[in-house]
Design a protein around this ligand. Sequence first.
Ligand SMILES: [Zn+2]
Length: 354
Amino acid sequence: VLPRSELAEVQRRYPERAGFATIELPAFGRLGFHAGGEVDVAYAGRDGATIMAKLFAELGVTAEDVVVNTFGYHLATVAHVFDEGLRELGACVVPAGPGNSAVQLELVKRLRPTVWLGFPSFLWHVLSQAPDTSVSIRLAIVGGEFAPGVRRALHDRFDIDSRDFYGVSILGPAAFECTEKEGMHVVDSMLVEILDAQSREPVPPGDVGEMVLTPLAHDYLVPRVGTGDLSRWVDDPCRCGDPRPRIAGVLGRVGEGSKVRGVFVYPRDVRAVRRALPAEGDLSLVLSREENTTRDVLTLRVLVEEDEATPALDEAIRTAFLEECHVRLDDVQFVDEIDGGVLVDHRAWEVPTQ
Ligand SMILES: [Zn+2]
């Protein structure tokens, strides 16, 4: 397994083919370059647009759609290949790129797009400046950000359905959400393994491990890249009828999980509790230890507007937390500021001497 963090070094050592290219670099037609020193060509192979066209079709885009692409067109190849895939599908693309929400809102009104491609929080930010809730966008394709609360709010307020996909910018797409939205089906163009971080053996269904990706159909044949992203296989057949295996989405990063009262809690599980909050709410789980004992104390700090901090919300949060993290909260604190990440571990690891 090649850790993602070491790819740039391998590329530097074999510059003519950036490590793994099976064709000369200029044959890609487009070369991207990332700030970390990675040459970015994987999506840009000869079959990149076809792979993306297939992915967008699986995500519900049709030839009739007008698609706003808010991924960045500078230096990286990914937005361009998304663009080409959408064109291959017959859709019309608005190459909006990120930022400038006032212009984005204006173009949504004037060009009447039906699909939005980008971060859901940005779409929410743009649309929340609109005077009314009637918009032409029916579908948001929201790779790259885990935001179930925002997705639900987009649906409830603007009637916009959203579908997620998982990929690595230098390797290509790996998995996508079907209409059932219970996990993500693995695409045909990527071999996905989920391995135990220590033993490097495949994990059994249900267990969490690191996703290791091998793109199968590119001109850039980098084998077994360790993504550092954690997931697990979803065991039961999907109600949509698609027999392809499903991953549970990105559950966190390697080394991020914290064991609490015998249960591993990952940032993704904590973030999922946001579904119990209003759209603009935020939260942070703080793990501490009762003084002179080994008992873990779980405190959820919750940022909401003052008038929303009700006992009913407290109760809803505790219920959602138990469902997502499989362990009980000790305390819910409503705060007006959140510092630190979604999962903050303050426990001292020394075992008390008495
Ligand atoms: Zn399905």
